[in-house]
Design a protein around this ligand. Sequence first.
Ligand code: FPP
Length: 248
Amino acid sequence: MPGLQHVAIIMDGNGRWARQRGLPRIEGHRRGVSNVREILKVARDLKIRTLTLFAFSVENWQRPPEEISSLMGLLEFFLERNTRELVKNKVRLRVIGRPEELPEGVQKKLHAALEATKDFKDYVLQVALNYGSRTEVLDAVRAFSEDVAKGKADPNHLDWPLFSRYLYTDGIPDPDLLIRTSGETRISNFLLLQCAYSEMFFSPVFWPDFGRQHFIDAVESFHRRQRRFGKTGEQVTEAPTDEAALNR
Ligand code: FPP
């Protein structure tokens, strides 16, 4: 679909979905994982080339240990059950965050899935794991400084295209649309720099219930909007956006 290549999602509301039904929180996460499969299918049907899902934040380590280990177990389960499907559909898996700090079992499954899908070019499933935007900026600044010290980078020539190569999302276009479910209207340290020009869609629906039609509604809302990238409404209809101006 022209204009919509990348959708990023903050999948929120699993806990409240479960509480409303008198179920343990983990049941909400379990339903959340099965919804990931459904949304993957819809995104593919709509030919959206990149889907980014916020699965575990750097702040999520503060949750009760039982919930963290259940979430890690679900991630392993998801990777084990879906790698074959990703290969079949030619979807490349990518991870953003600090996966090296995840439990070994998750890392192993991740590694296998990343390897199995690494050559696919058309579709990308990007999973944010142990991710935080501020951590990403710190990691990027550290890597850039190291390159400066080695004489491989010049701070006098630092511009956005160069700096963005040090972000976890290197090579991936910015999200066109950011969806957050569950009625919360925050970005919560997710892709803060990459969402500089993204359209936002906040849905009141809890993630386990955010199905095909909800996703399509979000996409349709995106297509009704006019993206101005700093220009006036009249200019946008008259001339294409100057990419260079956005990259200063
Ligand atoms: C937010 O709900 C959800 C999470 C912190 C975890 C999201 C993870 C998954 C859906 C599963 C793993 C993902 C993949 C890609 C397999 P919450 O617990 O904050 O809900 P609440 O705000 O209602 O308590």
